[in-house]
Design a protein around this ligand. Structure first.
Ligand SMILES: [Zn+2]
Length: 357
């Protein structure tokens, strides 16, 4: 017998002691809307937990969590480039990096503060300026690595942003300074921590800027983009720090590729099947037995000379094309939940002859 689930709300009244009331009084300083939004987020967290998509919700930390408040439509006013939040008399002093499109009204506004102490406001809106681009017949395979951030099947290599090394030195210095400070809540320690956070933020900003430019270009220039799933890459165990860093960038880049492909009507193919992309000759399909990491170029018995990363990118492209030609297995990625997608994939040998576009 099956019982129907009924959605109902239970509401309880509670009487705080004077002490509790004093402790909670700061909640009255802001509009009730962001407080209610927090409860909605919590509900989403619990729903995801009960449906097996996420872990049990954790408490936010006053010190470590990202601080943010979400305002819905009724709790802010946006007019002529001025944003006024509920319970505030003056518009926020916003540095507009670019104007909102004409006539657009945000549906939610989120105010946040990052670890470096910078305040941000993000507005969610329907953007009429994003429209699909004309279809092309170009394809590209994308390989991510350590020496070059991204290698394309066309042979092009995009290296890490050139500031990266200098930024790392700066970060190491700030971290050394922090580790010298006595532990606890001292003012000097807080200052040192803030400094580390600022360097981190700078590195993240530069990388994000670089990735945005790169992904926009890739999506504009290609109809089909093939990438390798990170979970599969990680199966090849490698504990080098550089790999962890490149993985973090890769995750960010993949998210950008996913939504930009959806925006501009491009097909993003994710191969989530493991295959030896570096060791496979993209010209004849023979697999080399071993290929140490320090070998950057190699010559196949068939005579083809391969750059390690370009060869891998070509194999990724070929695998993606083989899958799309065969019709099943991988669908173009358009906001398909991660889990559903990886279940769909079946192992399929890379076919010879399809390898080079
Ligand atoms: Zn070969």
């Amino acid at each position: 017998m099956k019982t129907e689930c009924v959605k109902r709300a239970y509401r309880y009244r509670f009487h705080p002691t004077d002490e509790q009331a004093a402790e909670l009084s700061f909640l009255a300083e802001v509009s009730s809307v962001p407080l209610q939004q927090v409860l909605r987020h919590l509900e989403v967290g619990f729903t995801n937990f009960f449906e097996g998509r996420a872990k049990y919700p954790r408490f936010k930390s006053r010190k470590k969590s990202r601080r943010s408040a979400e305002y819905t439509r009724s709790a802010f006013r946006y007019r002529d480039g001025h944003l006024v939040l509920a319970k505030m008399a003056e518009p926020l002093a916003i540095v507009w990096s670019r104007a909102l499109p004409e006539g657009v009204q945000p549906s939610t506004v989120t105010v946040s503060q990052d670890a470096a102490g910078r305040w941000f406001v993000s507005m969610r809106c329907e953007d009429p300026t994003v429209t699909p681009l004309p279809r092309l017949d170009t394809v590209v395979g994308i390989d991510v690595g350590i020496t070059a951030l991204v290698t394309l099947s066309s042979g092009e290599k995009c290296t890490n942003p050139r500031h990266e090394r200098k930024d790392r030195a700066r970060l190491a210095k700030a971290q050394r300074a922090l580790s010298r400070k006595a532990s606890g809540d001292g003012a000097n320690r807080a200052k040192a921590r803030r400094k580390v956070a600022r360097v981190h933020a700078r590195i993240a900003d530069r990388r994000r800027d670089f990735l945005h430019k790169l992904t926009t270009r890739l999506v504009r220039d290609n109809q089909t983009l093939v990438i390798e799933d990170l979970a599969v890459r990680s199966m090849v165990k490698n504990r080098v720090l550089a790999r962890a860093i490149s993985d973090a960038g890769w995750r960010e880049m993949r998210i950008m590729l996913e939504y930009k492909s959806a925006w501009y009507g491009r097909d993003l193919v994710v191969i989530d099947r493991w295959f030896p992309s570096s060791k496979l000759c993209s010209a004849c399909g023979v697999i080399r037995e071993r290929l140490p990491l320090n070998v950057r170029t190699w010559t196949c018995d068939c005579g083809a000379v391969h750059d390690r990363d370009v060869n891998a990118a070509r194999n990724i492209l070929a695998a993606g094309l083989a899958v799309t030609v065969c019709g099943d297995g991988v669908r173009p990625q358009r906001s398909t939940p991660e889990r559903q997608r990886s279940m769909k994939q079946k192992a399929r040998p890379v076919r010879e002859g399809l390898l080079v576009p």
